[in-house]
Design a protein around this ligand. Structure first.
Ligand code: GLN
Length: 532
């Protein structure tokens, strides 16, 4: 097993996750099996209980793991499926050490950060790497070097460096090279952060520097001299137009070749699928405009996988796209604003929790349905389309979800039976992969092109089976089911009206878009043609 450990210096938000994913993708292109682990030094056991507003989207894995959004980037760049073990948090590490202590596994010992916590960290990294069957395991240490929280993790990877055979573990340090007011590239922050790393006993093999413009030769020499790395190991990660260009840029910068040399990896194979996808991305024609009606509209990270899925679908369809994030509450304050939705070729309502903005989203869905604008509803967006239909077509006045109105006369969306006695909030939703059978001849079957699908879930509420007949009578069809559980709602005869209880956005990949997203973009393209 080869390990590449990615650390970050100077400040957060430099794109360590994309750097990690890009290194992985380039090694995969050379024919290696690559896996990735994200270390999050927070005390939460997982990201499931964190607000997308603070921490970006909660990504859901096939096994139901609710994890950091970087794992979404790994899955998309590496075209792989990871498990919850690939996201290591301080919470998970301490929880298992404390449980072991209670079981008496350290009997007689004083349990300490070194060696017990660091051993637990190393064990977990090595087990996950071995289980994945990969040739190369990337480990991204979240946070910035110098943070108190990440100390035990950095100490653990320092120990690993000594323990693994020489050449099997490399450190990549991601830093920032800012420009001074005169426009000169400054290396001091990088020098300081490498110094900080050295104080912890870690010596970077490669320094990846984020910068606005490509690094000047003089800047490279200076970093090489002061940080004691060869010039070819100083990589310029200047601003790219699109994150999907980063692997190509890093390849050109010689990062893959350098890492392979360092780790004694040889390969002549080249997979060009990624480069072809990026080429297609540069040759898109026409444009579709998508209005996304949600709650966290000022933070794109909160819906990262949705943006990625639209992008994959648009690239595959060869069309440009523009997404506008619309705050659902604006419609509640001024209902006349709903008519502004007419300028979009498609409307999407994403998943969500809590009452805020719900009525505004329902107004948007009604507008989409009545004006036959292609509509894609994801999880909450599907539930709300059922409520809208029940209220305005099936005549079930004040129909609602019991999540928002416990006393609704028509609880068309209700708590999952197995959720009724759930008290703990962490990892207790209906999570991860579940199957659905698709109705023959339905839009769903046409979208997926097969009778059975597996998609990822994250919800506590569902369509109440007692109302299915009354809703279907009026024309909405539940075309995807998991036994008695409604997984897909569609309205036949529309250009495209499709809602899923699951989150198709978690399985979309560059070059292999999620079927509902692709069908949504296609519907927008044809409706755009028929409108013009
Ligand atoms: N709040 C809804 C539920 O729990 C929808 C969840 C979601 O959109 N992820 O069922």
């Amino acid at each position: 097993m080869k390990y590449i450990i990615v650390t970050g210096g100077v400040m957060s938000g430099l794109g360590k996750g994309i750097t990690t994913a890009s290194i992985g993708r380039n090694l995969k292109n050379k024919g290696y099996k690559v896996t990735a682990i994200k270390i999050d030094p927070y005390i939460n056991i997982d990201a499931g209980t964190m607000s997308p507003f603070q921490h970006g989207e909660v990504f859901v894995l096939k096994d139901g793991g609710e994890v950091d959004l970087d794992l979404g980037n790994y899955e998309r760049f590496l075209d792989t499926e990871l498990t919850r073990e690939h996201n290591l948090t301080t919470g998970k590490v301490y929880q298992s050490v404390i449980l072991k202590e209670r079981r008496g596994e350290y009997l007689g010992k004083t349990v300490q950060i070194i060696p017990h916590i660091t051993n637990e960290i190393k064990d977990r990294i090595r087990k996950v790497a071995a289980k994945s069957g990969a040739d190369v395991c990337l480990v991204e240490v979240g946070g910035t070097v110098g943070d108190i929280e990440s100390m035990p993790f950095l100490e653990a990877v320092r120990q690993m460096h000594r323990e693994e055979p020489k050449g099997d573990l490399a450190f990549v340090h991601v830093t920032l090279v800012p420009m001074d007011p005169q426009g000169d590239q400054k290396t001091k922050p990088t020098q300081h952060s490498v110094k900080e790393l050295r104080e912890l006993g870690l010596t970077p093999h490669v320094i990846v520097t984020r910068c606005k413009e490509p690094l000047l030769d003089s800047t490279i020499s200076k970093i090489s001299l002061f940080c004691d790395v060869p010039e070819e190991a100083v990589i310029s990660a200047h601003d790219a137009k699109d994150i999907y260009e980063v692997p190509i840029m890093m390849e050109k910068e010689g990062l893959t070749d350098y890492l392979m040399k360092l780790m004694n990896l040889q390969s002549d194979s080249v997979d060009t699928a990624w480069a072809q996808m990026v080429d297609r991305m540069h040759n898109l024609k026409g444009k579709v405009n998508i209005g996304i009606v949600g709650k966290y509209t000022h933070l794109e990270d909160s819906y990262l996988s949705i943006s990625a899925s639209i992008k994959h679908a648009a690239i595959d369809c060869g069309v440009n796209y523009c997404t506008t994030w619309i705050n659902a509450e604006s419609f509640e304050k001024d209902p006349s604003l709903v008519a502004t939705l007419s300028k979009y070729d498609g409307i999407l309502v994403p998943g969500g929790f809590g009452e805020r903005g719900v009525e505004g989203k329902i107004m948007a869905i009604r507008y989409a349905r009545e004006n036959d604008i292609p509509y894609l509803g994801l999880c909450l967006g599907m539930q709300l389309s059922v409520i809208e239909f029940a209220r305005h077509v099936s005549g079930l006045e004040n129909a609602n979800s019991t999540e928002f109105d416990e006393n609704t006369p028509y609880p068309v969306i209700d708590i999952l039976p197995e959720q009724e006695n759930v008290v703990d909030m962490g990892a207790t939703m209906r999570l991860g992969d579940y199957e659905a059978d698709l109705k023959s001849g339905s839009l769903a079957e046409c979208v997926y092109g097969c009778p059975k699908i597996i998609e990822r879930h994250r919800h506590r509420y569902e369509v109440n089976p007692n109302f299915v007949d009354r809703i279907e009578e009026k024309g909405m069809v539940f075309s995807g089911k998991n036994r008695n559980r409604m997984e897909i709602a569609e309205i036949p005869g529309k250009k495209f009206f499709f809602g899923s209880q699951f989150h198709p956005e978690f399985k979309s990949r560059p070059g292999r878009p999620s079927p509902p997203f692709r069908a949504f973009v296609e519907a927008m393209m044809s409706s755009e043609r028929s409108n013009s």
